[in-house]
Write a protein that binds this ligand. Structure first.
Ligand code: ADP
Ligand code: MG
Length: 225
């Protein structure tokens, strides 16, 4: 009885997600198809701008598929090692440095002096952190400041990513991590879906605190083994 229920619940989720994927991938494909058809039928020269549009749409499909694979891969090729969290945070900042400079964003790293370590897949962890930092940057279109903190309490590690960006409405907060939920013109709405999933896999939790017009703080709490 219980098993049956779980199975039908799962099937329902699969159905809903498939409908979402189909929709998200069909839209750019329709644009691409339209262009190819136009190019095929038209004897006159095609406006160069269309090529850029088609490339953008292909990139979008690619990005969606890339992120879907990250979400759906149930037994990924994990390589767990002892990871120095402060080093990872420094790497993540280094990766985004030029992006932040070009958006007039100042950053600050406040690192736990005990140099906490986690047993984790460093690439996945970086992926998650880059995601949060990228969202923070995208929320500060007119510049701002990003603060990243690591701290420990008992056997838990907390990583806080704080921005002074646009913040989120209550409605947006409620929809966070729903596949394909995005408020951005070029967003995929899969970044947080993937990040929440990875953090859950690591036995951690995510807290969010956000005020519209003021900024957002995401706090990742991870168990240290
Ligand atoms: P995407 O970035 O492609 O939109 P995400 O899953 O990364 O997808 O984020 C989903 C949505 O959550 C964003 O579109 C945005 O509305 C909201 N969001 C996430 N992080 C922040 C943030 N730091 N500040 C404001 N809004 C955010
Ligand atoms: Mg994102």
């Amino acid at each position: 009885m219980e098993v049956e229920l779980l199975r039908s619940e799962k099937l329902k989720i699969v159905g809903e997600m498939s409908a979402g994927f189909a929709h998200e991938i069909r839209n750019p494909l329709t644009t691409i198809r339209g262009f190819i058809q136009l190019a095929h039928e038209s004897k006159s020269k095609i406006n160069e701008d269309y090529y850029g549009l088609v490339l953008e749409e292909i990139n979008r499909v690619n990005k969606i598929i890339h992120e879907l694979l990250n979400i759906s891969n149930p037994k990924p090729l994990e390589e767990k090692t002892d990871v120095n969290i402060n080093c990872v945070l420094e790497d993540v900042i280094a990766l985004q440095e030029s992006n932040m400079r070009s958006h007039y964003i100042a950053w600050e790293l406040l690192l736990d002096p005990s140099k906490p370590t986690l047993t984790a897949d460093v690439n996945k962890l970086k992926q998650v952190l880059v995601n949060f930092v990228q969202n923070a940057i995208e929320a500060m279109t007119d510049g701002g400041s990003l603060t990243i903190r690591s701290s420990t309490e008992e056997d838990r590690l907390a990583i806080a990513i704080e921005d002074t960006g646009i913040g989120m409405s209550k409605e947006t907060i409620e929809k966070l991590a729903t596949p394909f939920f995005t408020t951005k013109a070029t967003g995929t709405g899969l970044g947080l879906t993937m990040s929440y999933r990875i953090v859950e896999e690591m036995g951690g939790t995510i807290r969010v605190d956000s005020v519209e017009g003021e900024g957002t703080t995401f706090v990742l709490v991870l168990p240290m083994h």
